[in-house]
Design a binder for this molecule. Structure first.
Ligand SMILES: Nc1nc2c(ncn2[C@@H]2O[C@H](COP(=O)(O)OP(=O)(O)OP(=O)(O)O)[C@@H](O)[C@H]2O)c(=O)[nH]1
Ligand SMILES: [Mg+2]
Length: 221
């Protein structure tokens, strides 16, 4: 059984965890994962991005009255990697930005497979009491004259799989990219709160009991 000090340090640990937000940006090769990430972090679009190494970027963010430690995982293209055995990413991340290129149908198929993988029952229940937050992003909207994937298709895939959806252009839209990241981060924070609520009520009442007993004793000393 936990002592009151152990209990409160565990509560603190949990609170700290709630301020750590881990986001993975996944999608087919060349869809603009790095461009979106760099746009969000620096507000710039530099055109060419190294794709031979994976990166985890950190950013401090103040949102909904909280100081957040955001980590963004931007993978490198690894065609040899078993396409959907993303086990470590799936366990690591609290939320996902799934990117496809609206001018490349095969990237949409790839995004669909990723979403199915994330929503597989054994994936979504192994670590979580609540489904992961996911936003599907149709990037390169500036190339809509050579569009291969309709807006409605993206919207439907997202709706059918309980994901958010937007189309945008990392090349031309800084504010939209920022809003997209904020949207998914807010969803993750909502999930954290839900998880907190769904902790077994038995442990909550036990914690209350411990606090009452130890709290009262401390007062009387
Ligand atoms: N027209 C247009 N090009 C874009 C956009 N976003 C990215 N690109 C271009 O698409 C190419 C690939 O972008 P990256 O950001 O490297 O894509 P990635 O998904 O990180 O690629 P890998 O890491 O190789 O898988 C680059 O030439 C970018 O300049 C966009 O919104 N519009
Ligand atoms: Mg990249």
């Amino acid at each position: 059984m936990l002592g009151s000090s152990q209990y409160s340090s565990r509560r603190q640990e949990q609170k700290d965890k709630m301020n750590d937000v881990k986001l993975a940006v996944l999608g087919g090769e060349g869809t603009g994962k790095s461009a979106l990430t760099v746009r969000f972090l620096t507000k710039r679009f530099i055109g060419e991005y190294a794709s031979n190494f994976e990166s985890i970027y950190s950013k401090h963010l103040y949102l909904e009255g909280k100081q957040l430690n955001l980590e963004i995982y931007d993978p490198c293209s690894q065609p040899q990697k078993a396409k959907f055995s993303l086990t470590s990413e799936l366990h690591w991340a609290d939320g996902f930005v799934i990117v496809y290129d609206i001018s490349d149908r095969s990237s949409f198929a790839f995004a669909k497979a990723l979403i199915y993988r994330i929503r597989e029952p054994q994936t979504s229940h192994c670590k979580r009491a609540v489904e992961s937050a996911v936003i599907l992003v149709g990037n390169k909207q500036d190339l809509c004259h050579i569009r291969e994937v309709g807006w409605e298709e993206g919207q439907k895939l997202a709706l059918d799989n309980r994901c958010q959806f937007c189309e945008l252009s990392a090349a031309e839209q800084s504010l939209e990219v920022e809003m997209m990241f904020i949207r998914i981060i807010k969803d993750i924070l909502t999930n954290f709160k839900l998880k907190e609520k769904r902790r077994p009520s038995g442990s909550k009442s036990m914690a209350k009991l411990i606090n009452n007993v130890f709290g009262k004793r401390r007062k009387s000393v």
